[in-house]
Design a protein around this ligand. Structure first.
Ligand code: ADP
Ligand code: MG
Length: 345
């Protein structure tokens, strides 16, 4: 069969635009949504035809985010997590969703040796990060609060979760990664093959761009703008950095990522840690945990696990990446000519 030039051109154009010919002449191109949830800005874009199906998937995605927010919010007095945190030592039965997330989060607390600790909430609150009434707690106060921080005392069974009295959970370090995974699942089961979501500092991509090329995800520079860009497909790219939430008092900067050992903001000379993984929950947990560990311990942990990659930007303006990112990460802007160390196994 010989196709005329016209048809070849039309076909090529349609393929480039990433959509198939369709009956009703709906508009091609991505369907998108922006929203604020989980205390952060979120955006979702999917490439899928027919258009009504794409819109329907986005609608379901917005519903799913709202559902998760209602379960996991630490401040909303109607949330499941709130109920857990005010249970006075009683066992609280959990939804399947929270049960599964908590099980995974606790496993990651253990794996990171407590650098991630989901019982950090009393400390986070004392610094004012939940309300915005920032303050620097006294050492004595922190010492008392740290007695309530120990993920190993969280008992999770088929009946639900039991926390010692006064202990409270904070899933802020993992909830967005979990949400991203659930969104990817939702889109995949709706037959979507190309989608990207941004949930605060988390980016999660399904497949590639519609033309088959990788997604480009930027990594922020300390001074504003971008330090580098990653090319990825089917990955979560999740960054934790002091710059995302902090306050300044008497010339000192206090960030929202806490070292559970001291009850104070983690200070390890890192500007940010970006983790690249297949799963958002893992990327979210590890970006927070590696930030707390600091570069040296984080690299040991990476060598031990070997199932993720990471980008470390230091406060002194240097960059390092693990070897799996060698071909897909490059520095850009003011960082372009800086040396970049490649960390090998
Ligand atoms: P972001 O929320 O900016 O994406 P993270 O994923 O790093 O950043 O999560 C930071 C949040 O997690 C904090 O706002 C706090 O609620 C909580 N948190 C802070 N330090 C820890 C920690 N060491 N372990 C577990 N949760 C933490
Ligand atoms: Mg995190």
């Amino acid at each position: 069969m010989k196709l005329s030039r016209f048809w070849i051109c039309l076909l090529a154009l349609l393929l480039l635009a990433g959509c198939k010919p369709h009956a009703h002449g709906e508009p091609c191109g991505p369907a998108s949504r922006e929203l604020t949830a989980m205390d952060t800005y979120m955006a979702m874009t999917i490439y899928h035809q027919p258009r009504e199906e794409a819109e329907q998937s986005l609608q379901q995605a917005v519903g799913l985010i709202a559902e998760l927010d209602e379960l996991l919010s630490v401040t909303d007095t109607d949330s499941e997590l709130y109920r857990v945190n005010h249970s006075g030592g009683e066992t609280v039965s959990l939804s399947e969703e929270t049960q599964a997330l908590l099980a995974e989060a606790l496993a990651l607390c253990k794996s990171t040796g407590g650098a991630l600790d989901v019982t950090i909430y009393p400390v986070v609150r004392a610094w004012g990060f939940t309300t915005g009434d920032y303050r620097v707690p006294e050492q004595e106060e922190l010492r008392a609060l740290l007695e309530k921080v120990d993920y190993t005392q969280v008992a999770l069974t088929e009946e639900g979760v039991t926390l010692p009295e006064g202990m409270e959970l904070d899933l802020g370090a993992v909830a967005k990664g979990w949400t991203g995974d659930r969104l990817m699942e939702l889109f995949r089961s709706a037959g979507v093959t190309s989608a990207i979501v941004e949930l605060g500092g988390n980016v999660q991509a399904l497949g590639t761009k519609p033309d088959g090329s990788p997604w480009r995800v930027a990594v922020q520079a300390p001074e504003g703008g971008y330090a580098g860009a990653l090319e990825i497909a089917d990955k979560a790219v999740i960054t934790s950095g002091g710059y995302q939430r902090y306050f300044v008092q008497n010339g000192e900067t206090y960030i929202h990522i806490m070292d559970p050992a001291s009850g104070r903001p983690a200070e390890t000379g890192l500007h940010s840690v970006t983790v690249v993984t297949d799963r958002g929950i893992m990327g979210d947990a590890l970006s927070t945990a590696l930030f707390v560990m600091g570069r040296e311990k984080a690299v040991d942990y990476w060598r031990f696990r070997q199932d993720f990659d990471a980008i470390f930007l230091s406060e002194n303006g240097t960059a390092a990446i693990t070897e799996g990112l060698e071909d897909c990460f490059s520095l850009c802007g003011e960082w372009e000519d800086r040396p970049m160390e490649i960390i090998r196994k």
